[in-house]
Design a protein around this ligand. Structure first.
Ligand SMILES: [Zn+2]
Length: 284
């Protein structure tokens, strides 16, 4: 609907800026995120909903095989909260949770015991983000916010044929993926939970960490420090070990796209991070 007047002549724009779904902090973060694209129509959304803190949570797992376990842990905490009354139900004695996948394949990440374990209190369903437009749930889980294969944003170059159908002059990188991420965040009435994979943090999550002080934790709630790459400003610095001499250094997680490395970060922090990583791997 951009450039409407160019095609149809003088018109009046009525903005739908009142939402009965998302709470205000979630509206603010998601709106700022999508309006980074200068060709996006400006909109200031006002919420009618009360907010539950925190509105965005981010959890990091050591590798992809841990995502399902992390979702189970999350649902388990939610279930406990509902049982003991610290979390109010929204519909009867239940809450509604969406797991929203960038791809249909993300469906495989749903814990297969969820019905047995949680369905008395939690109504869980899966949808792709594309299929979720117009729908809402109390809680949204974005299960695979990572780089690479089945990543989000999707790395595959923009389709030149599709580009013909897009608004002219839309050169903002990953504009469509950004709108999709916005759609995903704004399906939630209470909060959005994002799960990412160590060394493969999605650039969208990195942006939220940097600009909206979203704190990345492990699934038990321990805070994981993230340092944004000073070179590309998109990646995060992760501990690496030199394969030849065993020394430690920091490198950008977007390697090989970004080759920035440094030894200059605080060595104590780094040792902590490397040990932390090792412990996690050993526990697996
Ligand atoms: Zn970098």
């Amino acid at each position: 609907m951009t450039d409407f007047e160019t095609w149809f002549g003088k018109s009046q724009t009525l903005r739908l800026e009142r939402t009965f779904r998302c709470n205000q902090p979630l509206c603010d973060i998601s709106s700022q995120f999508v309006m980074k694209n200068p060709s996006q129509i400006t909109k200031h959304v006002i919420s009618e909903q009360i907010s539950y803190q925190p509105v965005i949570e981010a959890f990091l797992v050591s590798d992809e095989s841990r995502i399902t376990g992390a979702i189970h842990t999350y649902l388990s905490k939610l279930h406990n909260g509902l049982e003991e009354g610290s979390i109010p139900p929204s519909n009867g004695n239940k809450v509604r949770v969406f797991i929203l996948g960038r791809y249909r394949k993300d469906q495989e990440l749903i814990p297969y015991t969820w019905q047995k374990d949680f369905s008395d209190r939690i109504h869980l369903s899966f949808s792709t983000i594309h299929g979720s437009k117009g729908l809402e749930a109390d809680y949204v889980i974005l299960p695979r916010l990572k780089t690479g294969i089945y990543g989000f944003p999707c790395d595959i170059e923009d389709d030149p044929l599709l580009a013909l159908a897009m608004p002219q002059g839309e050169h903002f990188p990953q504009a469509e993926e950004r709108r999709l991420f916005y759609v995903a965040m704004t399906r939630a009435k209470r909060s959005v939970t994002m799960i990412t994979v160590q060394h493969r943090m999605s650039s969208f999550l990195t942006e939220l960490v940097k600009e909206h002080r979203i704190i990345v934790k492990d699934i038990e709630g321990e805070i994981i420090e993230t340092v944004t790459c000073p070179e590309c400003a998109k990646g995060v610095m992760v501990p690496r070990i030199n394969g030849k001499n065993g020394t430690q250094f920091w490198g950008c997680n977007r390697f090989p796209k970004c080759r920035y490395t440094t030894n200059a970060l605080d060595s104590m922090t780094m040792e902590h991070r490397v040990n932390y990583t090792r412990n996690r791997i050993n526990q697996n």
